[in-house]
Design a protein. Structure first.
Length: 523
């Protein structure tokens, strides 16, 4: 091992808690998962951190329902549910027998408390917008939860698969405005397959097997212990994987080929709900003209971006939703340079001297904002593609705060920008988040608004059958591609290095941890 790798390995050992001999102190049957940053909080009502949300959903707590492998809601704490005739009241029957890790029973009062706290503006919960249609959540008895909505609902709200249940007996006395600062966030009491052991701020979170987790909900996990260690440097993660101090760690696409040649490691690549887009300022010319926006989108070679800038670890985007999602629509090929030239000609942007397009004697000139300090390979490839169509653009790098200020400003002054959009596991809501200003999505950046899009969203949310729901979301995607307020470039793929002796690991659009309770270490 190189001197740099030995130093990196020492950093991992420190994060895990070193013994006096310098070796990581860990019990047998322990898996160490590398996180690029601390988990922020263990309180599921207020947490924003993506990996923390996964730990909460799959390890520390339970949700009312959960996604199956096809991303359909399946029973979990709620064993069954039914709608009333108006589809405005949902009644859920909960499992009887699950206990919090301090021994108190988990019941419908916990679920009602969680939903009410999350939808209260004073809480500042990231789930609040997802619960906007909820009028009330009530415990009818210990096993029965009733949720009343302001309007008829088409299907089980997916937020019920994503919002973990929190303990009312520990948190109901805390004012909602204080939940984010409550000590529970650092010393949680859960009810899931793993129980909290300790947190060392900035270093690690430790969880152990809950031997009493009910068989009806999946049974106790195979692992004895799960440690989430804060390891932020890519070289440190890779050194930890090679040394065996880490069992799971994100790796860069450039490192994946090296890791795949190591017999002690496996490389898992999986679709994620994270997309990267080229966003247009639709409030100012020439990007207020849909023909120009569409022409630029049709000019970009997405496959080359994925191949040259991302080492193949992404999927070229046809539209807003990853192909792996069951809601993905059948969309036309995203690149057609002949069609792009025709649209530009029709919009009055014709080739002038030097091949640069001009309109009314004014040459095309635009600025592309991005975040970064490297070579910005993606932006350079976009620049080359648009230059070939006679559309010169200039790339300007900003630090994150200045970039977000420009993107979120009420009066937009930028031309174009490149933005990544995390979708977490909220897949059925993925298209909708693009149009919701509260979420800071790219349509908010673009200042794009459409009555037709609003009507399609309403139709999608009201859909009752799976086929009508898929058809409605397909129409949403087709409209977004046709109007092109943003050009979807690629949908990212996660890349994780995993120890070869760790089995049962499934990573997909749900995240890295949906199968954590079934992970097994073999000799």
């Amino acid at each position: 091992m190189s001197r740099h790798a030995r130093r990196a390995s020492t950093v991992v050992a420190f994060a895990l808690g070193a013994t006096s001999c310098g070796a990581p102190a860990r019990a047998p049957g322990t898996v160490v998962f590398a996180s690029g940053s601390d988990l922020e909080s263990a309180n599921p009502i207020v947490t924003l951190h993506p990996l923390a949300r996964q730990v909460q959903r799959y390890a520390l707590f339970v949700t009312l329902a959960r996604y199956d492998s096809a991303l359909r809601p399946a029973p979990y704490l709620a064993r069954r549910w039914e709608w009333d005739a108006t589809r405005t009241t949902l009644t859920l029957t909960l499992y009887d027998g699950l206990r919090w890790h301090d021994g108190a029973p988990t019941d419908a009062r916990d679920a009602a408390f969680t939903i009410e706290a999350a939808r209260d503006p004073a809480t500042g919960s990231p789930y609040r917008a997802r619960l906007a249609d909820v009028v009330a959540a009530r415990a009818l008895d210990a096993r029965t939860l009733a949720i009343t909505f302001a309007a008829p609902q088409g299907a089980l709200p997916n937020v019920l698969c994503e919002l973990p249940i929190a303990p009312a007996h520990l948190l109901a006395s805390v004012p909602h405005a204080e939940l984010r600062r409550a000590a529970f966030g650092e010393r949680p009491v859960g009810n899931g397959p793993f129980r909290f052991v300790e947190r060392v701020a900035g270093q690690r979170w430790t969880f152990e097997r809950n031997a009493t987790f009910p068989d009806s909900l999946g049974g106790p996990p195979a692992l004895r212990r799960l440690v989430v260690a804060v390891v932020d440097e890519p070289t440190t993660k890779f050194a930890g994987l090679v040394s065996g101090e880490l069992q799971v760690a994100g790796i860069s696409p450039a490192t994946a080929a090296l890791a795949s040649r190591d017999p002690s490691l496996r490389v898992l690549s999986y679709p994620t709900a994270f997309s990267t887009l080229l966003v247009f300022n639709s409030t100012r010319p020439p990007f207020s003209d849909v023909r120009v926006r569409r022409a630029i989108s049709l000019s970009i070679d997405r496959a080359r971006i994925v191949r040259a800038a991302l080492a193949g670890f992404a999927t070229p985007a046809r539209g807003p939703v990853p192909d792996a999602s069951p809601l993905a629509a059948a969309l036309p090929a995203p690149r057609d340079t002949a069609a792009a030239d025709s649209l530009l000609d029709a919009a009055g942007w014709t080739r002038a001297a030097g091949g640069v397009r001009a309109r009314a004697g004014r040459p095309f000139d635009a600025e592309l904002l991005t975040v970064g300090t490297g070579d910005n390979a993606i932006e350079q490839l976009i620049q080359a593609d648009l230059g070939a169509r006679g559309l010169p653009i200039h790339v300007r790098r900003l630090e994150l705060g200045a970039f977000l200020a420009a993107a979120r400003a009420e009066r937009k002054s930028f031309d174009l920008l490149v933005s990544g959009v995390p979708g977490d596991a909220e897949l059925s809501q993925l298209p909708a988040m693009f149009a919701t200003a509260e979420r800071g999505g790219p349509l908010d950046y673009s200042a794009y608004h459409s009555a037709a899009l609003d009507a399609l969203f309403a139709r999608a949310h009201a859909a009752i059958t799976d086929s009508s729901r898929v058809a409605a979301w397909s129409d949403v995607q087709r409209l977004l591609v046709r109007e092109s307020p943003a050009a979807w470039l690629y949908h990212s793929r996660g890349v994780q290095g995993v120890s070869a002796n760790l089995r049962g690991v499934v990573m997909d659009l749900r995240g890295e941890m949906p199968s954590v309770a079934r992970w097994t270490l073999v000799p």
